[in-house]
Every structure is written in structure tokens, then in C-alpha cells.
Design a binder for this molecule. Sequence first.
Ligand code: ZN
Length: 178
Amino acid sequence: MKLVVGFIFAPILALAAEQSVIIRTNYYAVSGATFRELRADIAQKRPWKGDGDGYTNWKIDWSFTTGASDGDCRLESFQTKTAITISVPRWVSPPNVDAELKDKWSAYFQGLLAHEDGHKRIALAAVKEMRKKVNEIGSTGRCAELQVAVNRVANQVVDQFKEREKAYDTRTDHVRIP
Ligand SMILES: [Zn+2]
């Protein structure tokens, strides 16, 4: 008779955050005394190539634990860490700038923030969908299969929401200084 000694490690999950979301806003300084000057300066100063005066970058990192019993492997925990970084211009206005230009900038800037907020909402919806879809995965025979399935589903959700973002940009045509 063989003596089988098994150790069961209870995962220490109670203290670990199941999901965390970090949202940052970065500003790049622009200057100009007219909208035309501001437009030109934004085109020059924005720290990325391509269109859009603002930019929202998001990334979801996920991790999980699985556990097997009776030839069945199931998900024990699923954690997500989401980082959202929003970049927008900040106007360093010259002294004695006229009130009309200030108002125009303010309206433009609010519109830009609202647009970037749409990207942020898509990112948060992606996390929600990822957690839902991953939890819908049933048990598998082997844990290796389950791991493959979880990563596939999570990646699919990210791809799907990146596509949704492209459609959002096409629909709203970014936001530009008039
Ligand atoms: Zn956009």
C-alpha cells in the first residue's frame, strides 16, 4: 500500500483585489493666441502620430487560478488589472487673451473630454464583458485546456472592444478644433 500525502493550499484570495482600475490623465502643453495657432500647435505637440487631439490608451491584464478535483478542472479565481491613460492638450494661454477665445477653447475641451470618456467607458465595458465571458466557461477535463480557453476568451473580448473603439472613432470622427 502506498501512502499518498496530499497538501491542499487554500488560495489566499480574500485580501487580493479581484479587480483594479487605474485611470490617469496626462496633459501636453499647447499655446496659441488664435484657434488657427492652437490647431497648428496641437498637430505639432501631440505625442502620437495620426489623428485625434486626445488619446485614450487602455490595457487589461488578467490572471487566474484553476483547481482540479475528480477529473474536473474549474476556475477558482479571476483577477483583472485595468490601466486607462487619457492624454489631452492643456492650453497655456497668453496674458490678456480675449474672452471669446477662452469660451471657444472651453467648449472644445469639454467636447474632447467627452469623446475620450467614451473610450474609457468602452474599456470598462470590456472588463465587465471579459469577467462575464470567462465565468461562463464551464469546467474542463484538464487544467491546461481550461487555461487555453480562458486566455482565448479574454483575448477575444479585448479584440472585440478594440474594434468597437475603431467604430466609435469613425462614428464620432474624433474631435477637432473648428
Ligand atoms: Zn477617439
